[in-house]
Design a protein around this ligand. Structure first.
Ligand code: ADP
Length: 154
């Protein structure tokens, strides 16, 4: 069974994440989307909201599980029997940042990180831009899945 963990903050999940996850379902038998819990970080959406956004988005896809975790991603991979970490790459800054983490993770645990290159039409999307637009009452519906837009409209 090829199982991958897709770790992130997902504050909130965007169409960039959705694109990476959907494409990765062709590569893996199971993908665990794992929201990393960092008590020092300030989030816009609560952990429960971020979890629900992702669950609703993938409710019809049995290959995808959604969880939260604390601590090192590689420890969580071992706990969940996942041999791969999934990450997306948008630009050289992502590459430089991800390279050191992936090499450290492989060195410490042997776990491989698999990178998917962002699609051209979602390359510019980031959770931080979505948060900025949202905080300033802008329309984020073209940047996030419907589960997030619906929640905001309520
Ligand atoms: P983190 O806090 O770990 O950076 P994010 O939730 O921002 O978590 O992102 C999780 C993963 O999704 C990262 O690998 C990031 O590069 C990737 N990602 C985010 N936005 C996009 C996008 N538009 N296209 C491709 N990958 C993306």
């Amino acid at each position: 069974m090829k199982r991958a963990i897709f770790p992130g903050s997902f504050d909130p999940i965007t169409l960039g994440h959705v694109d990476i996850i959907n494409r990765a379902t062709n590569l893996f038998d199971e993908i665990i989307i794992a929201i990393g819990v960092n008590n020092d970080k300030k989030y816009l959406f609560t952990q429960e909201q971020r979890l629900q956004f992702i669950k609703n988005t993938f409710k019809n896809n049995s290959k995808i599980k959604v969880t939260t975790y604390q601590g090192l991603t590689i420890d969580y991979c071992n706990k969940m029997n996942a041999e791969y970490i999934l990450r997306g790459l948008r630009n050289p800054a992502d590459f430089e940042f991800e390279k050191a983490i992936a090499q450290t993770n492989r060195n410490l645990s042997g776990i491989e990180t698999v990178f998917l290159l962002t699609s051209a039409n979602t390359a510019y999307i980031s959770s931080s831009i979505v948060r900025d637009v949202y905080r300033n009452n802008g329309d984020i519906s073209s940047l996030v899945p419907d589960s997030v837009t619906k929640f905001i409209m309520e």
